[in-house]
Design a protein around this ligand. Sequence first.
Ligand code: ZN
Ligand code: ZN
Ligand code: ZN
Length: 151
Amino acid sequence: MPYCSSVSKLAGYEDAEVEETSSDINGNSVSIEFHINRNCVECGYEASTYDGSGDADFDHTCPVDHECDDDFDHDVDEVGFTLNSVDLEVGDQMRTTDRHGKPIKSYRYQRREYHVIGCASIDCDHCGETFDADLGTLDTVAASSFESESH
Ligand SMILES: [Zn+2]
Ligand SMILES: [Zn+2]
Ligand SMILES: [Zn+2]
């Protein structure tokens, strides 16, 4: 926990928030860079931050009734997509298994970690359909990996 000079003591955090810093689409893969912050619960200062990135593949099948040149190859690599927007959410949980996958029984040794979940709105350049792609968990980061700042 960082030291907060407005209350002259160590202060906890508000719930984590995440924002997209950049995103890109390449074939049927979306890559996203994001910024997580945890604000000081006493004064609102952005006291703890983490910058990360993740990527995920999505699937799309053009609807059967779209207008189309019959010999067009509908392989997902040929179709082409445009990224409209990205929605990110951050959640946290206690890590209950160690790095060998064994359960950690004592609460004292469990560690908090954060995960970023993504969803993207995408246009198919071929059939024109706009669809939402669930990108799943883009990254999982231990709370100890955050940069924390006394202020
Ligand atoms: Zn503060
Ligand atoms: Zn399509
Ligand atoms: Zn087609």
